[in-house]
Design a binder for this molecule. Sequence first.
Ligand code: ADP
Length: 400
Amino acid sequence: MKILVINAGSSSLKYQLYDMTNEAVLAKGLVERIGIEGSVLTHRPEGKDKHIVKTPMPDHKVAISLVLDSLSDPSVGVIQSPDEITAVGHRIVHGGEKYSKSVLLSKELIQELDEVSKLAPLHNPPALIGIHACQELMPKTPMTAVFDTSFHQTMEPSAYMYALPYELYESDKIRRYGFHGTSHKYVSQRAAELLIRNIEDMKIVTCHLGNGSSVTGVKYGKAIDTSMGFTPLAGLIMGTRTGDMDPAIVTYLMAEKGWDAKAVDNLMNKKSGVLGISGVSSDFRDLEKAASEGHKRSQLALDMFYYRVRKYIGAYAAAMGGLDAIVFTAGLGENSPEAREEILKGLEFFGFEVDQEKDACRGKEVVFSTEGSKVKLLVVPTNEELMIARDTKELVQAEA
Ligand code: ADP
């Protein structure tokens, strides 16, 4: 069974084709600048040289059509025809309250997804455009939707409600949803496997630390709380996002500076975070370098980031009534031993010890706590695409 995973953004599109008999990636790639001058497709077939296509791609349909051409091309392809693709799994950011699981798409469901889109106006519409384009090009191929919010739907109301008038939850569905769910689910399950333990007996904190970052408490395999909220702006300090702050700052800025909602939204999402504090970069590599050269605001940005992650780990350990493992994933979590070490400083009272030699690794699965550690520390590179492919396989098999 071959499954194509599509992650469509407004002007970009990532894809991976899996052979699900052994979960091998046959090819993957990225289309950039869809609808903008300079469209480019970078196709990476397994075991062959990468192939670059530079041609105008006015919309997602043209882009996906070129992806299918590359996948089935006699020289750079990995299949003979797109008919070999059993199903397509689409990543969708927001599933609202309705989707606590991945779903097989039907016409009605796609219409319902359009309705959920108002909760994620930046992220859901491009994914839906991707779905429509795929359906036009592969009308007989089953499609699924896998949501970033689903894994967090196990939270209790006490964790997901905001203390606003209850009517706003009823009328506008304002509540915590949480994001990066596919990643938190994958790394928590993988951590239990690596420790040869049953996830249903474990209390795990998963830290997805990339450009966007979030922490989740996973108790007995289920998310009980997560740091992102109604939108991905909440929780940790991020590359360019504020994370948690006093909401009165918003009304202060609007009243004192005369800024409108759009201006404040732009400030909080695009100009804040470690970029806003350091004035240098949103990229943690740049910040680590600048801080090591004595740049004080870069060091401050890093210290604020580490401190916030540390607080969330402590909070979720308290919420779960204990802690068995802390898992690090995504760009920074997987690749920066310095960041892991700084975050964990002061948390040793939980009962762990870092094995410095094992912690020195980058981008590999590793248990980096010492043998005797009561609480285990792990790096698990995330693999959201594989989770989407697995869910898609399961849904298609269940339907057959
Ligand atoms: P996204 O949220 O865009 O998917 P990623 O998970 O790819 O983000 O993470 C990107 C972040 O990870 C960047 O800030 C980058 O600096 C950081 N990162 C990647 N590699 C390293 C590294 N070797 N050391 C420190 N930070 C790293």
